[in-house]
Design a protein around this ligand. Sequence first.
Ligand code: ADP
Length: 503
Amino acid sequence: MEQREPLRVLFLSAEVVPFAKTGGLADVVGSLPKALKKLGVDVRVGMPRYRHIDREKFGLSTVLESFPVPMDHETMTAGLVMGKIGEDIPVYMVENAHFYDREGIYMHPDDAERFIFFCRAMLEGMRQINWQPQVIHCHDWHTAIVPNWLKTVYKDDPFYKDVASLYTIHNLAYQGIFGYRVLEVAGIDEYGFIVHPDLPDLDNVVDVMGRGIYFADIINTVSETYAQEILTPEYGEHLDPLLRDRRDRIYGVLNGIDPEVNNPATDPYIAAHYDLHDLSGRLECKRALQQEAGLTEDPHIPLVGAISRLTDQKGFDLIAQIIDPLMQYTRFQFVLLGTGDQRYHDLFTQMHQRYPDRVAVYLTFNAPLAQKIYAGTDMFLMPSRFEPCGLGQLIAMRYGSIPIVRSTGGLADTVHDFDPETGAGNGFAFKSYDAIALYGAIVRALENFRYKDTWHRLMVKVMSADYSWDASARKYVDLYHRALASRILRPPREAYQVGGRPE
Ligand code: ADP
């Protein structure tokens, strides 16, 4: 039989597990390539080498000492080192002391320059090592400039002229909006702003994510429901007219989780191992968590967990409205792990002070502690205002913690309200974004927890579901082929404001 050449796909992302993570993006880019590799794809990953990524610890090797990178109509230099994930999947990291030798991943005033440089260095670095991707798979705004380049500065470049792009929106709320100067930095100022009749907001700013959506051959987001929701003004974050224009190229592909990293039978961070055939270790995990968190050690009190960025997106304004009455009128313990808005830091610190043996609060980012919370809680709270996919609920279910969620985006696609009469459903879900609806869902969960057989069946059910990447990785392979087959050779000319400098 004829042996086909493997499809060559380059992932570009600002974060990748295990090297750098602030949220679900890192989980996805650290695990999806493993599933693609199993399907025979030659997948490689690119990211910046931030200061905290230790060369020794991760066994990074030097690929290129120094090579030229066009930037801001001049030439800078970058280095390229390489780590690995899974079975020999290269993770190339761009080195540049000026841009990456500093604390933290984001929130620097020159983030536009930092990520544009990273993307340009990756394209030039692949040319240097002569590895030519067929598809570039870009993730979130940090890499959204690449589809724009493929249709402009690289459109006649022999190395890149046939390359297709897939752009994945992990979160439409972070678009990377900058001024005209960014076009100069990216070397595309001669093309000017994007002009779109329904998008007056775009003709005097550079919305990097908007450009990814505009120029990519195929676009996807991380659940089917969110792919529909973003076409509406309610969820479209001002880009819905553009998204509606491109709807025939937008797909929804649900995220998976890494079944090896998230496995209660082998997880090195949890107090006892367990699986769906023997859940006894789970009780020990709960006891150990109660002890570590300073909560009353009692297997009968329901223990509810939340692990999240502390922002309005995640529904913390709803929790804030009802946490006090919940504590007064119901009986449960709450453990929270997260960082984010100061007002939530203050609120939950107060709650801990008021109910020290019932509310535990960790205002930090701590991956091992997260695993202990997934394994030791009975329920997992995720009342998001919007949720592209959500990984927290998937990991929680894999560990037997029953999700309490608002039905939106990926939460609606993965959690269905439990009906004790029929046994249908796998969690507790509410629809309208309001605190009373959340209160009701929590009370229903607490009520069902009292029926041990019912609860046991629910745990076994959520733990036996398939959250792996297998099915979704196949869908991505399909999207790569679609991107190659339906490449747009030139963007519509009228997209550009001629001479597009601001007045
Ligand atoms: P998002 O990507 O919007 O932040 P997701 O639910 O998709 O939300 O993914 C969040 C990921 O980050 C999960 O793996 C979750 O366990 C992890 N996480 C979030 N906050 C923390 C934290 N404070 N400490 C450790 N892990 C965290």
